[in-house]
Design a protein around this ligand. Structure first.
Ligand SMILES: C[S@@+](CC[C@H](N)C(=O)[O-])C[C@H]1O[C@@H](n2cnc3c(N)ncnc32)[C@H](O)[C@@H]1O
Length: 252
């Protein structure tokens, strides 16, 4: 299956960018999934599965039946075609809305979501839906950013304000990370939050997803200025830290 040429919506990065970001988060994801006992899971959901690369990883790392769920029909069809071509019978994809899923109560051992909660219209409802779908003892595993905590140096390369404004304008909640743990507690999921245990320098293309979002003229101008400042600096003179909230929340 040929890689998709372009993303059907701003909430989904282009295919190669999504793959790179997933690779960058892989060590943290592996640790979280071990904590959540992925290897013992029989039924697993990858919510907001996008191009499906994490659903493939979940299937490879477990003996589970894995379903990737996304509301973008184009991404779901592409993922399903690839799974069929790869003869992955344990993996399927469902075009559905995470707020209300056509799946039975207490049917899942593990629900995974990465960079999806920020795009949900009512993220607290999605957490309630996950609680309904999880078996007692099952886990919701989330990896979500919080752009409000973004740290950058020197000042000339600061992009946080553009990220926050552009994400909000596109319908996302850039500060989602900090809100998740308390919503889990309200809805019967006992969670622990983790962070990276050491600073990870940004990928050289860390501004590319921002450039894929709809931007106004002044944001574009500001970004061109930031790009110019970055190219003038040696890479080790640039610090960019975007905190990711990484949660494992168990249904009691
Ligand atoms: C930033 S992408 C993340 C994709 C994938 N998890 C990854 O890490 O590569 C966000 C995804 O959330 C999906 N999404 C947004 N709202 C949704 C909803 N209500 N139900 C299901 N999927 C949704 C989008 O279609 C998009 O594919």
């Amino acid at each position: 299956v040929e890689p998709p040429v372009q993303s059907p919506a701003p909430c989904l990065p282009s295919w190669d960018l999504a793959i790179r970001q997933s690779e960058w988060l892989r060590p943290a994801r592996s640790r979280l999934l071990r904590t959540a006992n992925l290897s013992r899971a029989r039924n697993v959901l990858d919510l907001a599965s996008g191009w499906g690369q994490i659903a493939v990883e979940l299937a490879e790392r477990s003996g589970a039946t894995v379903v990737g769920v996304d509301c973008l029909a184009e991404a779901v069809e592409w993922s399903a075609r690839r799974a069929l071509e790869d003869k992955r019978g344990e993996l399927s994809f469902l075009n559905a809305d995470a707020h209300q899923l056509p799946l039975p109560d207490s049917s899942q051992d593990l629900i995974f979501i990465q960079c999806g909660m920020l795009w949900m219209r009512q993220p607290e409802q999605v957490i309630r839906e996950c609680q309904r779908l999880l078996r007692p003892g099952g886990s919701l595993v989330m990896i979500e950013p919080d752009y409000g905590g973004m740290m950058e140096s020197p000042e000339a390369i600061e992009s946080k304000a553009i990220w926050v404004d552009a994400l909000q304008a596109a319908g996302a909640d850039p500060m989602i990370g900090r809100k998740l743990l308390s919503w889990c507690a309200v809805h019967g999921l006992v969670g622990t939050a983790y962070f990276f245990d050491r600073y990870q320098p940004p990928q050289s293309e860390y501004l590319r997803f921002l450039k894929e979002l709809p931007l106004n003229e002044s944001q574009l101008r500001e970004l061109r200025r930031i790009d110019a400042s970055i190219t003038e600096l040696p890479l080790d003179q640039i610090t960019v830290h975007l905190p990711f909230w990484m949660l494992v929340a168990r249904r009691v």
